[in-house]
Every structure is written in structure tokens, then in C-alpha cells.
Design a protein around this ligand. Structure first.
Ligand code: ATP
Length: 644
């Protein structure tokens, strides 16, 4: 069963992946210029009364200081308007209402919209459905009509504008935050927090809100710019505020634009530069977020328990059915699956993409991206009934008996929390450890998973680590509370090929050292051959063959298993041998084919295959469901691939 790798398991000196290619995030000169422009406006808005500016309302005719339509120059930097008022003083005067309106609307609309969006995105189901409809209605509502009606009734004071603009901006924030929350709520670090017994409120506040903050802030700058645009547009059509604004200045100067262009062009340019600056600062902030998110594509999960004995958890699944109720219909993602895994044993779950491998794992822990899912059958982890026990007992079992390592370590880790917090917290929650003791253990765990300089790593954030390092961290977290069962969902798919083998060797070594049961989901038969004791072949939501790994590789029975093996690269074959592909695609699980689900793609299928579901044949040791099992005494076994 041993895999051929030259890497020593878990030693601190293990040749680990190269230093992280942590993106250096530079905001660039444009960002800083834009931020400086905004700072300048804030300065003028705050201190305009203290500055030695001309009175913006003083008529040049009277003071003789500025002539009507005087051009920009040393006497008046921005020139004079049609009444001889100093345009510079007037533009400065307009900065304050622009900023007050933009800021208050952004804060009020942004906060309320964020609260609505995060709640809908996290709670999903009916709350989300109702919220989405309300958002759609609000976005479709003609805001201009509302403004005209409100303005006619309540006047054109700043307060009226703030309330109105805030209300109309809530739906936009709510929609953006809802989408971001949806994506975050599917991450394993949220499942992990839930597994540790965190309440929904705590998850919203501690796990989701900090992650949403940066994208909301970046949109807030753009939203701010939109408020200025909207005010300008309204002023232009005569629906202005009761004070001097840039929109008003543009509207006033528009009539003389052909002869005295500066009167309208200067306030327009100031407004344009301001809008541009807010957008560019918003974009800059989003780019701070993007490296984490773009690089963020995979995940992990935690576990742990206070076990006083050395008894390991084992998994027993019997006749498990999981149905996803989707708008397109009921998806029978897991359909009558039975498996069991003993302590110290590794079970490989194999199948094509979409066959239901991940759903089998999700059904064990009860974590689904969709709100409307039903499960039936039996799932027992170390004797705990994961379907029928009290919610608290299930949560405790999730936090103490199961460790999960997923495809993408970055989406599994909370991007805004240090590695230390993420390793230490499960231990403090489930083992009543002090922070100092948990930290010591975290250092020890990082050493065990082959992370050099663990002290430094504890202080870092996930984006500062390479993919392989992140996966090592997720393995450390998964082991933190000494679970008896490890669930690994394609743990190396997201990693560089050069580190895949190291990670699998590490995982497998730790699993055996600690006598843990492991379920290893993979589509790679070579991984199964190298790292598992038994295999369950999954097709269209069903296990169609199961048996000891060695035996399945030399004597596969189900035609699908044979086809899978023939589609794998084999170094024992001559170098230019063509690989066999399995024709067609796995069926839809909404309406799977009658009889044997593989029959439409099976070259050995007979009439009975499409009418009668095959019963289980073989023995408990090695069984399969096939009407016409293969009679191959030797199927060329796949070999570990080093270069794909
Ligand atoms: N959110 C969802 N909505 C609707 N159907 C889904 C959803 N998630 C999974 N399914 C269905 O469940 C089936 C099993 O999906 P699952 O993710 O378990 O496959 P898999 O074998 O793990 O594939 P992969 O190797 O690509 O991860 C899919 O074919 C799909 O039809």
C-alpha cells in the first residue's frame, strides 16, 4: 500500500514547497493621487470658512474684484460666473454638501443594505427568497418619480435628500452583500465554526462580516460617486438641494457654455475628477481584496474532541439517501449508499466528476450549499447517529470526531484571520485548553505537518502561504482535536503537481500513525492504489462496486470499474498506447436511467440492464452490482503519474 515517494513524513526538515508566491499588493500612483484629491476636498469642505477665500455670494459688480464671465487667471483662479461671483469660492462651497450627502448616504444605505444582504445570504431559504423579491421590486421602482413626489411634499432640504438617497441605495448594497455572503457561507471555515457550536449570530458577526467588510467598503466609494452623480443630474433638471452644489453651478453655467465655457466646464471638471477619484479608490480597495479571493480557491475544515481514551472513531453508513430539492427538480445525489470504515483503515471513494463523491462526504457531515436537502438512512460516526441525535450532540461529534481536509485549502481558511487563531480556536472550544496550551500544541502540530518556522507561520494570514503550505495548515487543523475519522475530499486537486505527492504521503502517514479511519475522495485511481486499503466505486449516486483495493485492481467486476481502469494512464503499456475513454457522460440525477444506471454507456449491456436494477453480488468482502460482471483476471493497473 505504500506510495513511492522520497519524502519523509512530517519531519520538520521535510523538503516542503517553495516559499509562497504571496502577491505583493501595491496600490499604485493613481490610487494615491485619487486619495489625495479626496483628501483635498475633505480639507476644503471642513475648513472653507477659515480659508482666505472670497465670499462665494459677493457680486463682482459691487466689489469690482471679479468681472462677470471673467476668464480663469491670477485674479480669480477659476474665473467669474455670469454675476461676477468668484467661481473658485463657489466650487469650494459646493464641496461640503457633496461630501455630506455622499458620506451620510453611504453610511446609512451601506449599513442597512449590508445587514439585509448578509442576513439573506447566510440564512438562505425563505428569508432569502422574500428579500430577493423585495430587492428586485426596490431596484425596479422609479426613483425619480419618488424624488419628485417627496420633494413636493417635504421640500428640498439636505435631510430629505439624505433619507431619500439612503433608502434608494439599500437594495444595491443588499444585492452585492447577499452575493458575497452566499459565496462565503459555502466555505468550510463557516462549516467549521458551526461545527464548533458557534451560533448563527456569532458566525455572521465573526466569520462573515469581517470578510464582507472590504468588498463593501470598495463598493461604498463607488456608491459615494454615484450619489454625487445623482445629485448633479437632479440639479441639472431643476430638482436641486437648497444650497449651492456643483450640480447647480453646472446647470447655471450651461446656458452660456458656447461663449463662456469655463463657467460650466470648471465645476463639471471638478465633479468629474471627484467621481473618478472615488471610483479609483474603490477599485484600489477591491484589488486589495482580489488577491485573496482570486487566489482563494480551496478549503479545509476543522475537527477535534476531548477524548480521554485512545478509541478511534469509525464510520458506518447504511442505505444513505440524499436528495437536493432544486428548482430544476429533485436531485438524487446519494442514492442508497452503504459503507463502513474501521479505525486505521483508508477507504477510497472513486468516480467520475458529478458521480456524487463529494455529496457522500457532505451527507456524512450534513453540510450542503443548498438550503433544501433531505437525508435518510444511517450515518454513524463513532457510534453517534449523525442524522437523528440531538443537534448539540451532532455538533459536538462534528467538532470532536471528524477532521476534514478539502480540495482547496484557501477557501477552507478564513482569509482575514491569522493561522494561529484558526488552529487554536477548535482546541479551546472543544478541549477547554488555555490559549497558551493550545498555542504550544499548534506549534507542535505545524511541526508534525512539516511546516518550517512555525512560530512565524502562526502570525501569518492564509494568503501569505503557498498552496502546499496552506494544505499542511488545514491538515494540522483537522488533526488538532485528535479525530478518529478523517474525511479528505480530493485534497491535492488544487495543488501544484510537485507537492501533491508530499501532501498525500503526509496525510496517509499521519492517518496510519494515529490509527484514524480515513475516507479519501478522488477521481485518480493511482492515488487510490497508493493510499487506500479499500475502494468504493461511485456511479450516478450509487456505490456500484466495493472491495479491497488490491483485489479490485486485479479483478474488477463491474463494467464501469473496468472502464475506469482502462481510462487511466499505465506506465507498463508501450509509450504510445492510446487511452480508452468512457463514451458519454454520467446521467442526470434528477431522472436517472432505469435498471443499471451505467447501461446506456456500457458496451456489454443487454436488454435486462436497462429494465432491472442489478442486485448486489459477490461477498461482503468484495461486492458489485452488475448483470454481466467482467471476466478479467488481470486488468492493467494504473501507475502513479509523475508528470500530468
Ligand atoms: N448545488 C447543487 N445543485 C444541484 N445539483 C447539485 C448541486 N451540487 C451537486 N449537485 C448534483 O449532485 C451530483 C453529485 O455532485 P458531487 O459534487 O458530489 O460530484 P463529485 O463526484 O464530487 O464531482 P467532482 O469530482 O466534480 O467534485 C452532481 O452531478 C450534481 O448533479
Amino acid at each position: 500500500m505504500a506510495a513511492s515517494t522520497g519524502t519523509e513524513i512530517g519531519s520538520p526538515g521535510t523538503p516542503v514547497d517553495q516559499r509562497p508566491k504571496a502577491p505583493r499588493r501595491s496600490l499604485g500612483v493613481v490610487f494615491y493621487l485619487s486619495a489625495s484629491w479626496i483628501a483635498l476636498l475633505v480639507f476644503f469642505a471642513l475648513f472653507r470658512d477659515l480659508l482666505p477665500l472670497r465670499d462665494p455670494e459677493a457680486l463682482g459688480i459691487r466689489t469690482r474684484e471679479v468681472m462677470a464671465f471673467e476668464g480663469p487667471g491670477l485674479n480669480a483662479w477659476f474665473g467669474g460666473d455670469g454675476s461676477g461671483r468668484d467661481l473658485f469660492a463657489r466650487v469650494v462651497q459646493g464641496a461640503r454638501p457633496a461630501l455630506i450627502l455622499g458620506l451620510t448616504v453611504t453610511i446609512c444605505g451601506g449599513l442597512l443594505g449590508t445587514m439585509v444582504g448578509i442576513t439573506a445570504g447566510y440564512l438562505k431559504g425563505k428569508v432569502d427568497a422574500v428579500t430577493s423579491i423585495l430587492i428586485d421590486i426596490a431596484l425596479a421602482f422609479p426613483g425619480l418619480v419618488l424624488l419628485i413626489a417627496v420633494r413636493a411634499t417635504f421640500g428640498n432640504s439636505m435631510t430629505v435628500f439624505i433619507v431619500l438617497f439612503s433608502l434608494t441605495s439599500i437594495p444595491a448594497y443588499a444585492r452585492i452583500v447577499r452575493g458575497a455572503t452566499f459565496a462565503l457561507a459555502e466555505r468550510e471555515f463557516v462549516d467549521a465554526a458551526s461545527g464548533m457550536g458557534a451560533t448563527k449570530r456569532r458566525i455572521l458577526v465573526r466569520e462573515l462580516a469581517p470578510n464582507i467588510a472590504l468588498p463593501v467598503l470598495s463598493f461604498a466609494f463607488i456608491g459615494f460617486a454615484l450619489v454625487i452623480v445623482a445629485e448633479g443630474g437632479l440639479a441639472f433638471i431643476g430638482l436641486s438641494l437648497d444650497q449651492v452644489t456643483w450640480g447647480q453651478l453646472i446647470a447655471e453655467g450651461a446656458g452660456d457654455i458656447s461663449n463662456h465655457g469655463h463657467v460650466a466646464l470648471i465645476p463639471s471638471t471638478v465633479m468629474f475628477l471627484t467621481i473618478l477619484a472615488f471610483n479609483l479608490v474603490g477599485d484600489g480597495l477591491r484589488s486589495l481584496w482580489a488577491p485573496r479571493e482570486v487566489a482563494t480557491q480551496r478549503r479545509l475544515r476543522v475537527a477535534g474532541e476531548h477524548r480521554s481514551s485512545t478509541t478511534s472513531a469509525a464510520l458506518h453508513v447504511a442505505d444513505l439517501h440524499t436528495t437536493l430539492h432544486t428548482p430544476a427538480g429533485d436531485v438524487r445525489a446519494v442514492d442508497g449508499v452503504s459503507l463502513s470504515v474501521q479505525p486505521g483503515e483508508a477507504l477510497g471513494v472513486v468516480g467520475e466528476s458529478g458521480s456524487g463523491k463529494t455529496m457522500v462526504l457532505r451527507s456524512i457531515v450534513g453540510a450542503f450549499a443548498l438550503a433544501d436537502v433531505t437525508r435518510s438512512g444511517t450515518v454513524e460516526v463513532d457510534g453517534v447517529d449523525m442524522l437523528r441525535s440531538a443537534p448539540d450532540e451532532i455538533k459536538h461529534a462534528l467538532g470532536t470526531k471528524i477532521g476534514m481536509v478539502s480540495q482547496n485549502p484557501l477557501t477552507a481558511l478564513n482569509p482575514v484571520r491569522r493561522i494561529e487563531t484558526q488552529i487554536v480556536e477548535p482546541m479551546m472550544v472543544h478541549r477547554d485548553m488555555t490559549r497558551a496550551a493550545a498555542r504550544e500544541r499548534a506549534l507542535d502540530l505545524l511541526r508534525q505537518v512539516g511546516i518550517p518556522a512555525p512560530e512565524r507561520r502562526l502570525r501569518e494570514y492564509p494568503h501569505q502561504l503557498s498552496g502546499g503550505m496552506r494544505q499542511r495548515v488545514t491538515i494540522a487543523i483537522a488533526l488538532a482535536n485528535e479525530p478518529g475519522l478523517l474525511l479528505a475530499d480530493e485534497p491535492t486537486t488544487a495543488l501544484d503537481v510537485t507537492v501533491q505527492d508530499q501532501i498525500l504521503t503526509l496525510l496517509s502517514g499521519l492517518q496510519r500513525e494515529r490509527n484514524m479511519a480515513m475516507v479519501l475522495v478522488t477521481h485518480d485511481l493511482a492515488v487510490v492504489k497508493g493510499f487506500t486499503d479499500r475502494v468504493a466505486i461511485v456511479y450516478a449516486g450509487e456505490v456500484i462496486e466495493s472491495g479491497p483495493t488490491d483485489e479490485i485492481f486485479v479483478d474488477p467486476k463491474h463494467r464501469y470499474t473496468v472502464a475506469l481502469m482502462q481510462s487511466m494512464p499505465n506506465l507498463e503499456l508501450p509509450s504510445h498506447s492510446a487511452l480508452t475513454t468512457i463514451e458519454g457522460r454520467p446521467p442526470s440525477l434528477i431522472d436517472p436511467p432505469a435498471g443499471c444506471r451505467f447501461s446506456p454507456r456500457c458496451s456489454a449491456a443487454q436488454d435486462i440492464c436497462s429494465t432491472e436494477a442489478p442486485v448486489r453480488s459477490g461477498d461482503d468482502h468484495h461486492w458489485f452490482r452488475c448483470h454481466f460482471p467482467a471476466d478479467v483476471t488481470q486488468v492493467a493497473a494504473p501507475t502513479r503519474r509523475e508528470d500530468d
